[in-house]
Design a protein around this ligand. Structure first.
Ligand code: ADP
Ligand code: ZN
Ligand code: ZN
Length: 753
């Protein structure tokens, strides 16, 4: 709208605070001149002053003149969103059934929203004037005269006020005086806070110096990607490559092509704290060319994030590496999106907005007509099916670099071990011997424990049988309170058996082991001087502890590293020659239809940790279910065979990727009330007769009570998220719920707990 002396200029603003629709405000010409779609402004709302995003410069709605309120300030000089990101936000909000406000909250870092100022240093520079002109100015202020004389000697140098004042012992009033009199010029220079540019960085010089000549397969992949990029159309490609096959090198080649053409790159990793090596490699590779690599993840301080955000928004940096939230980073002219380890569940956000970072990445590439690369050694079934359907292209790296062998994998049958040792041991005899042997040879070992389950499923230590739901093919959960087994997908329950249904044994167990217990056992079997370190969730909370541990481990200061899946990811330790998997089938005992997929992925990934250097590696997989096909496939790294079998199973049961899974959670402080509404809701749905939606539940969640809330959930399986949601939301509008019960939807749910 054109400024006009008669009527005020109107602008549409989306307030970021308790309002989910746009409001119209007036804008003074002096502010309007700087406004764009996506500008962050401060506006009055009731008695408060809040921030909002300009969503249109030509609003539909104009309030009466006497009610019109005005934008009070522009918070950031550059818009916080561009048209592309506004479209992305709208898509995320509608696809993942969350509010636009929540989505914008996730997209715009808090420090940017709050209008935090960049950290600056105050600098001064002398303005030289002839002595006769200034002498009169210094009457009664000899200190100013002295300071000016000193500054004049420094010529045109721009100096830091605080440092200089301290060194020369001038108070700030003296300098202020000089500024007021126009004898020195004051400027501000931004200080950039850079994440991970510290002593734990491991930029190996060899990485900086030599770019390897590519293998045949790498070249092929590089050329295929180059032609994807050249098409300047949206496309997605799976880069399927075993661990150590040089996927990162292929990403780098694609990045170089893009940067040469002035494009921007978004590089996603499942968890940045776990990918310092990738960050270091990218920095070593591109930093040398003056390209700054911005790191983006949830552990950044507000200031670090603000700086990262600004550099990208202004186009000063063109590469961002980050965890899922980086998918919203304001990279300019985005040409390439890389999603490394695309199968990782960590890409799913478990709080609102509950988006799947990988899928948003693909959509963002689509909005930019860019290329999306999904990399994995063990691609997800979703991606595999998309390749099969021809939606995604595929490049394969089947060989490890230098033809290095995959490690030798031993399956240790823990059922036999249990009989031999007359209890359920944590470590098998063969793994103990292997650990001691490595220590003697001054080689390193990793002991890996799968994520602790809820430890409440029943399994037979003699035959490995796990009690499963007859309808859902997932492990049932044991409830102490009533001694029943419950299915947490459909709600089916039955009394817990006392004997194994498969082999009639009485050896039915409920317990798993934590990392602490394993650390104790390892300490007890290893020589006194062996250095054993444990990595678990507690370690991850402390900002740099994990990176310190990794650094120590790489330097050989640790003999045995014990940990959960955080040590399975993307780590490259040349001196590790032994990997032990404590309990390979734990995921199979969890209440999740993705259990086999997880077990397979984790085993392949962990095995890839052994023998990355010159020495051959060995892997011991302890299992109560050596016959399980996912374990057999993992042992032989038979990816295609595994995918084929698993896809068949999913198809039969109409699970993802053949359908979309939407989870609907009801939670409340009162158990009965919450259950009541979940059950009433199901009745409502049955009456409504939804088209193309399979409904399961309600059932209590595996963790029935979480943070004081009882939780019940339903699952909707449907071919189309949009069609399913629109039907559900319509029924929901006519279903009143007590305000003590909260419900939310989780689209493409990963977590079923
Ligand atoms: P992935 O990402 O598939 O696990 P990486 O990219 O980490 O594999 O490669 C494994 C190792 O091989 C790295 O140390 C990397 O520098 C090296 N590498 C990659 N490509 C080549 C090549 N063409 N020639 C020699 N070394 C290579
Ligand atoms: Zn049995
Ligand atoms: Zn069931």
């Amino acid at each position: 709208m054109k400024p006009d002396s008669q009527s005020p200029i109107l602008v549409e603003v989306l307030p970021l605070g308790g309002f989910d629709h746009a409001l119209t405000y007036g804008a003074k010409p002096s502010i309007f001149a700087y406004l764009k779609v996506g500008s962050l402004v401060r506006v009055p709302l009731g008695l408060r002053r809040i921030t909002g995003v300009v969503s249109s410069l030509s609003p539909q709605h104009s309030p009466p003149k006497d009610k019109l309120r005005f934008i009070s300030a522009l918070v950031q000089p550059e818009p916080v969103l561009n048209t592309e990101l506004v479209r992305l936000a709208k898509w995320v909000a509608s696809y993942y059934a969350c509010s636009l406000e929540n989505t914008l909250g996730a997209m715009i870092p808090a420090s940017v929203r709050d209008g935090m100022e960049p950290k600056t240093r105050r600098m001064i520079q002398v303005i030289k004037l002839p002595a006769k002109d200034v002498s009169s100015l210094f009457k009664g202020s000899p200190k100013q005269a002295k300071a000016y004389a000193l500054l004049k000697e420094m010529d045109d140098e721009v100096i830091d006020v605080v440092q200089w004042g301290k060194k020369e012992k001038f108070s700030s009033t003296v300098i202020e005086g000089l500024i007021k009199k126009g004898l020195v010029k004051q400027t501000f220079s931004e200080i950039h806070r850079e994440a991970y540019a510290d002593e734990f960085s491991q930029s190996t010089p060899s990485l900086v110096e030599s770019i390897p000549s590519l293998t045949h397969e790498q070249k092929l992949a590089r050329d295929q990607i180059a032609s994807d990029l050249q098409s300047e159309k949206f496309n997605t490609r799976l880069l399927q490559g075993v661990t150590g096959s040089g996927k990162t090198e292929v990403y780098c080649q694609a990045m170089e092509t893009v940067l040469k053409d002035g494009g921007g790159v978004l590089f996603l990793v499942p968890e940045v704290a776990l990918a310092p090596q990738t960050v270091d490699r990218l920095r070593a590779r591109f930093g040398r060319k003056g390209e700054e690599v911005v790191v983006w993840h949830s552990h950044l301080s507000a200031g670090e994030r603000l700086d990262a955000w600004r550099k990208l928004a202004r186009g000063h940096a063109r590469i961002v590496v980050g965890a899922r939230s980086a998918v919203f980073a304001p990279v300019q002219n985005l040409r390439l999106v890389v999603v490394d380890e695309e199968h990782e569940p960590a890409y799913k956000q478990e709080d609102s907005p509950r988006y799947q970072g990988r899928d948003v990445a693909v959509y963002r590439a689509y909005l930019n007509a860019a290329t999306c690369l999904l990399g994995s050694a063990t691609p997800s079934l979703e991606t595999t099916l998309n390749v099969e359907k021809g939606k995604y292209a595929k490049s394969v790296l089947s060989q490890r670099i230098d033809g290095r062998e995959l490690p030798l994998v031993h399956l240790v049958d823990m059922r036999r071990e249990a009989i031999k040792q007359r209890n359920t041991p944590i470590l098998s005899q063969s793994l103990i011997e292997a650990l001691r042997h490595r220590y003697e040879n001054k080689e390193q070992s990793i002991l890996f424990l799968n994520r602790r389950g809820f430890n409440t499923t029943l399994f037979c230590t003699e035959c490995g049988e796990v009690e499963q739901c007859r309808d859902c093919s997932i492990a049932m959960t044991y409830h102490r309170t009533d001694h029943y087994l419950h299915c947490h997908l459909c709600g089916y329950r039955k009394p817990a058996p006392r004997i194994c249904g498969n082999c009639q044994s009485l050896e039915i167990r409920k317990k798993g082991h934590g990392t602490q217990r394993i650390e104790d056992v390892v300490e007890s079997i290893m020589p006194k001087n062996a250095r054993i370190v444990r990595v678990d969730a507690d370690v991850m909370i402390k900002k740099n502890l994990f990176r310190e541990i990794l650094s120590d481990f790489r330097q050989g200061k640790i003999d045995v590293l014990v940990g959960t899946q955080m040590i399975a990811k993307g780590l490259d330790f040349p001196r590790v020659t032994l990997v032990g998997v404590i309990d390979a089938d734990l995921p199979l005992r969890m209440e999740d239809f993705r259990a086999s997929e997880r077990a397979f992925q984790i085993l392949v990934q962990v095995a890839g940790r052994a023998g990355r250097g010159d020495r051959a590696g060995e892997v011991y997989i302890q299992t109560y279910a050596p016959h399980e096909s996912c374990i057999q496939f993992a042992r032989r790294t038979e990816l295609e065979a595994f995918l084929e079998e698993e896809l068949e199973m999913r198809k039969e049961l109409y699970y993802p990727p053949y359908s979309h899974l939407i989870r609907h959670v009801f939670k409340g402080r009162g158990e009965e009330k919450t259950r009541f509404y979940a059950e009433q809701w199901r009745k409502q749905l049955d009456n409504a007769q939804l088209a193309g939606v399979t409904i399961k539940g309600p059932a209590a969640t595996p963790l029935a009570k979480l943070k004081g809330y009882y939780r019940f959930h339903l699952f909707y399986l449907s071919a189309s998220v949009t069609r399913c949601l629109s039907q559900i939301q319509k029924v929901r509008e006519e279903f009143p719920i007590d305000k003590e019960v909260i419900d939310f939807l989780d689209v493409d749910a990963q977590q079923v707990s």
